[in-house]
Design a protein around this ligand. Structure first.
Ligand code: GDP
Length: 459
C-alpha cells in the first residue's frame, strides 16, 4: 500500500508571508535532493527533524525561490512516512512551481485529506482523531476548538474503546456459556449480561444526548434577524458583531459567494444567514425577496425579531409575529433609549405566546448581555455545555452510536425474552462493530474515502 509519494500545497492559495509544499512517502527525500540546493550540502546527513536554508531549482538549474526545508524522517512524522516540507514565499506562482517540480520528479498530487488518511492507515491516529483535524481547521469559536482538540487527544476514542472492550468481555463470557451448556450457567450468566448491557446502553445514550450540544458548538446555530424596515436590524447585527470578535467567512462554491457572519455567543457560533424584512406585498420584485426571507426563516434554527419600541405595533408587526409562531425565536423591543416608548408590551406579550421578550437598545448596547444569556439558555436548554464530559460533534459518530443503541436494546429485549444467548450475542457483536466505525477499528474503504474526501488538499 502507499508505495507512491504524494505532494500538495498545504497552505491556502493567495498572498502570504510563507506557503508550504508538503511531500510524503518513500521518495520524499530523493525528490527533495533533486529540487533543493541547500547551503549545507550534506543536509540529509545532518539528521532528521531539522530545518535547512537553501533554494529551489528547476531542471535547468535556475533558482525558483529561496526557501526553508524541513526534513522529517519516518516514523515520527504526521503520516509516519518520510516527510519534507518546503517553506516557500507565500505566493501562487512560487508554490505552484515548487509543487510542479516535485511532481516532475515523481511525486503524485495528493488527494484531499490524503496525508491524514495515511496517518490513519499507518496507525498514527484513529479515525475519530483524524476527523477532529478538519474540525480544528474549521472551528468557529474557542469552545469549538477545545472540543475538537479533546477529540484529537483521543478522549472520545478512549470512551468508545472502553465501551467496545466491555462488549468484548461480554461476548467472551457468552462464548464460554454457549460452549459448555452442561454447566448450567446460562441463567446466572444471562442476568449478569443483562445488567452490563443496560449499563452500556446508558453510556451510549449519554453520548447520543451530548451529540446535539456537540453539533451546536461545532457547526453553530443559523440565525435570522427579521423585522420591518428601520426597526434597527442592521444596528443590532453591528452591535453584536462589535461585542464579540466576529469571524466573517466567504463560502465559495455557491452561485454568488455568500458572506457569512459569525458571532461568538459564549462559545456558540451564531451564523447570521440574513437580516431581512418580511411583509405581505403585491410588488413582484419584493415578492421574490419575501419568499427568500421565508425560506431563510424556515432554515434558521433561531429567529431574532426586532420591533421598534418608539412606535406602536403595526399590522405588519402583528403579521410577522404570527408568521414565526412555530419557530424558536426571541422578540426584541428595540430603541428603549428613546424618550417616548409607544409600544404596548402587554399586546406583544399576548401575541408572542410565551416567547422571550427583551428591551434593548442596539444603538447604546443596552440589553445585549441579557440577549446573549437568553440565546444560550434557549439553545442549550438543559443540555450539557462544552466543558462537560465527552461531546460527540459529528453526525457520523452520532449515527454509529444510534445503531449501537438499537443493537444493545435488541440484546436486552432478547435476554429478557429468554432467547438463547448465541442469538443475543449476534446483537452485541453488531453493537461492537457499530462503535468500531467511530474509531475506524471496523471501517470499510468506502467509508474512508467518503470521510477524507471532505478534507482540504494538503491536510
Ligand atoms: P433596519 O432597517 O431594521 O436594518 O434598521 P437600521 O439598523 O438601519 O436602523 C434604522 C434607524 O433606527 C437608524 O437611523 C438607526 O440609527 C436607528 N436605530 C437603530 N437602533 C436604535 C436604537 O437602539 N435607538 C435609537 N434611538 N435609534 C436606533
Amino acid at each position: 500500500m502507499n508505495e507512491d509519494t504524494i505532494a500538495a500545497i498545504a497552505t491556502p492559495l493567495g498572498e502570504g508571508g510563507i506557503g508550504i509544499v508538503r511531500v510524503s512517502g518513500t521518495e520524499a527525500v530523493e525528490i527533495a535532493k533533486h529540487i533543493f540546493r541547500a547551503k549545507n550540502k550534506k543536509w540529509t546527513n545532518a539528521g532528521s527533524h531539522r530545518l535547512f536554508y537553501g533554494h529551489i531549482l528547476d531542471r535547468a538549474g535556475l533558482v525558483v525561490d529561496e526557501v526553508l526545508l524541513s526534513y522529517m524522517q519516518a516514523p515520527h512524522t504526521y503520516t509516519k512516512e518520510d516527510v519534507v516540507e518546503i517553506n516557500c514565499h507565500g505566493g501562487i506562482v512560487p508554490l505552484r512551481r515548487a509543487l510542479e517540480l516535485g511532481l516532475g520528479w515523481g511525486a503524485r498530487l495528493a488527494e484531499p485529506g490524503e496525508f491524514s488518511k495515511r496517518a490513519f492507515l499507518n496507525g498514527r491516529l484513529d479515525l475519530a482523531q483524524a476527523e477532529s483535524i478538519i474540525d480544528i481547521i474549521r472551528a468557529k469559536t474557542d469552545a469549538g476548538l477545545i472540543l475538537a482538540m479533546s477529540q484529537l487527544k483521543g478522549e472520545l476514542s478512549r470512551q468508545i474503546s472502553s465501551l467496545q472492550h466491555k462488549l468484548l468481555g461480554l461476548l467472551a463470557q457468552m462464548e464460554a456459556v454457549i460452549d459448555y451448556p452442561e454447566e448450567g450457567l446460562e441463567e446466572s450468566a444471562a442476568a449478569e449480561i443483562l445488567g452490563i448491557s443496560k449499563e452500556l446502553l446508558l453510556e451510549v445514550n449519554e453520548l447520543i444526548r451530548g451529540a446535539e450540544t456537540g453539533r451546536i458548538y461545532r457547526d453553530g446555530i443559523s440565525t435570522i434577524i427579521i423585522g420591518r424596515p428601520n426597526v434597527g436590524k442592521s444596528s443590532l447585527l453591528n452591535a453584536m458583531l462589535r461585542e464579540d470578535r466576529a469571524i466573517v467567512t466567504e463560502i465559495p462554491g455557491t452561485t454568488r459567494d455568500i458572506i457569512e457572519e459569525i458571532i461568538n455567543i459564549q462559545g456558540i457560533p451564531l451564523k447570521i444567514i440574513d437580516t431581512a424584512g418580511l411583509r405581505e406585498t403585491e410588488d413582484a420584485v419584493e415578492k421574490i425577496g419575501v419568499a427568500r426571507t421565508r425560506d431563510n426563516i424556515n432554515r434558521a434554527d433561531l429567529v431574532l425579531l426586532v420591533l421598534d419600541a418608539a412606535r406602536g405595533l403595526t399590522d405588519e408587526d402583528r403579521f410577522i409575529i404570527e408568521s414565526i409562531k412555530e419557530k424558536k425565536s426571541i422578540i426584541l423591543l428595540n430603541k428603549v433609549d428613546v424618550e417616548a416608548i409607544n409600544i404596548e408590551k402587554s399586546e406583544v406579550e399576548r401575541l408572542a405566546s410565551g416567547k422571550p421578550l427583551l428591551w434593548i437598545s442596539a444603538e447604546q448596547g443596552t440589553g445585549l448581555t441579557e440577549l446573549e444569556d437568553t440565546i444560550v439558555d434557549m439553545i442549550l436548554s438543559g443540555r450539557a455545555t462544552s466543558s462537560e464530559t465527552v461531546l460527540v460533534a459529528s453526525v457520523r459518530h452520532k449515527q454509529a452510536l444510534e445503531k449501537a443503541a438499537v443493537q444493545l436494546t435488541e440484546a436486552i429485549d432478547g435476554i429478557q425474552a429468554k432467547l438463547p444467548l448465541d442469538m443475543v450475542s449476534i446483537d452485541l457483536r453488531s453493537a461492537w462493530e457499530d462503535l468500531g466505525e467511530i474509531t475506524g477499528a471496523t471501517s470499510t474503504e468506502d467509508l474512508l474515502d467518503r470521510i477524507f474526501a471532505d478534507f482540504c488538499i494538503g491536510k
